[in-house]
Design a protein around this ligand. Structure first.
Ligand SMILES: NC(=O)c1ccc[n+]([C@@H]2O[C@H](COP(=O)([O-])OP(=O)(O)OC[C@H]3O[C@@H](n4cnc5c(N)ncnc54)[C@H](O)[C@@H]3O)[C@@H](O)[C@H]2O)c1
Length: 418
């Protein structure tokens, strides 16, 4: 029985459909429910949870930051279904979201004797989710996995949509090893997403703020997503929600997660593999701010607080916040966004308690070159997603710009330089 305030958001992907269950205390009951569903043959051929029959073994890829109560809830749920889980603990950093970590998870799965019917469960933030998902996609050519996100960022974004993968460390032209984000991976949808918002109680403020960056991103694309037009302006109310979440209001956090999962589910349902042409936008819209973000988030020495170099490097969400500011500045430079709306984007990012400028950024040409490396470039042409208010209707729309002029890219980078 799920707690009364639980929200269930469907992710409609035909035979790969699943749902996201969101609320305080949902981990145990929702996991039990999913395992029972896995074991119960059903008539519905589109039901992806069931076709392989009951799970007998489970590997939990465990983020060591997760409170013990959540791990206990997961283990209890597995025990009630006769499953003795094995744990693969991991302290997540972008450097450990690597092929070496992938190999180590796969070896744990093999040691635990996981077979094709079995399960990998990701219990943690986005790094653990991306890594565990890719392990599930490749182990025995693909086994089921369940996403149990425990950070705000992984609840509102990373756990939904089936993008999994790891970073690559590749020497650049000058021989320095450069960390290239998410260069290797697979589209592999989970069998369920279970977001127990009680996990957020223990999440440090810095990570709470980082998660809000993806919520601002979603609001900035909301009106470009096909489907019913939002009944209200996606940005109205966002500031007060941000304030309530930062003040640790649990109901506001649960609402925010459900709203953002529903939005992401709509985008993913329309373009699961990001194949839509640039004109249509599609899943690529979710990359708003990310080409800038990926170019700077793995640079060593960048701190979210100029007076605290010890806080370097940036976290993903912090880089995304800066990326949104840069994208708005680039859009303003191209006449797609009035300067006042670009300033509003910066204010929204600041309202999340996130940095809008960063000290120690590499020279503009170097950052631009790193952006060109990002896998979001296609056919050698950089693809930027930029906010677009050229129809005069305010914030909330974005579009893909192929081959943006270098001066607009530079304007974006310079806007976040302190
Ligand atoms: N697959 C996707 O679609 C997608 C989308 C967005 C981001 N991402 C990826 O997600 C990653 C970032 O995820 P993240 O922001 O969750 O960071 P993260 O995975 O590094 O987790 C942040 C920190 O929180 C700790 N933690 C986790 N749960 C906790 C809890 N309940 N209480 C206390 N501490 C806890 C972790 O140990 C870690 O130190 C990036 O690698 C990014 O590329 C993927």
């Amino acid at each position: 029985v799920l707690p009364t305030q639980t929200q269930v958001v469907p992710v409609d992907l035909g035979p790969r459909s699943y749902s996201a269950t969101i609320g305080r205390g949902v981990l145990g009951p929702a996991l039990r429910g999913t395992l029972i569903a896995c074991a119960t043959p059903r008539a519905d051929p589109t039901d992806r949870v069931t076709p392989l029959g009951p799970v007998r073994r489970c590997l939990i890829v465990l983020d060591t930051g997760v409170p013990a109560t959540l791990l206990d809830a997961a283990i209890d749920a597995l025990h009630t279904q006769g499953i003795s889980p094995h744990a693969h603990p991991l302290t997540p950093t972008e450097h450990d979201k690597s092929l070496a970590s992938l190999a180590s998870v796969l070896e744990s799965a093999a040691r635990a004797g996981l077979e094709r019917n079995d399960l990998i469960l990701a219990l943690g933030g986005g790094i653990v989710g991306d890594l565990a998902g890719f392990a599930a996609a490749s182990y025995r050519r693909g086994i089921r996995f369940i996403q149990c996100p425990t950070t705000l960022l992984s609840m509102v974004d990373a756990s939904v949509g089936g993008k999994t993968g790891v970073n690559l460390l590749v020497p650049d032209a000058s021989g320095h090893a450069a960390l290239l984000k998410n260069m290797v991976g697979a589209f592999w949808q989970p069998a369920a997403v279970i977001a127990d918002t009680a996990a957020l109680d223990a999440l440090p403020d810095r990570h709470l703020r980082a998660g809000l960056a993806e919520c601002v991103k979603h609001a900035l694309i909301a009106r470009s997503i096909p489907g019913p037009t939002p009944s209200s302006d996606p940005l109205v109310g966002l500031r007060s929600t941000i304030a309530r979440v930062l003040a640790r209001d649990p109901a506001a956090a649960a609402e925010l997660v459900a709203h953002n999962v529903a939005l992401k589910a709509r985008v993913v349902a329309g373009d699961e593999r990001e194949l839509a042409p640039s004109k249509a936008g599609g899943r690529a819209l979710l990359n708003l701010g990310h080409t800038f973000a990926h170019a700077i988030e793995t640079l060593p020495g960048l701190s979210p607080d100029p007076s605290r170099p010890d806080l370097a490097p940036l976290h993903h969400g912090e880089a995304v916040g800066l990326g949104l500011v840069a994208a708005a500045a680039a859009a303003a430079c191209l006449g797609m966004l009035p300067a006042a709306l670009a300033a509003e984007v910066t204010e929204l990012v600041a309202a999340c308690g996130l940095p809008t400028r960063v000290r120690g950024l590499a020279p503009t040409a170097e950052v631009a070159a790193r952006m060109a490396h990002d896998k979001k470039a296609s056919g050698g042409v950089l693809r930027l997603v930029l906010p677009d208010a050229s129809d005069g209707s305010g914030l909330g729309r974005a579009r893909v710009v192929e081959g943006p002029p270098p001066h607009a890219v530079a304007a974006g980078i310079d806007a976040i330089r302190l």
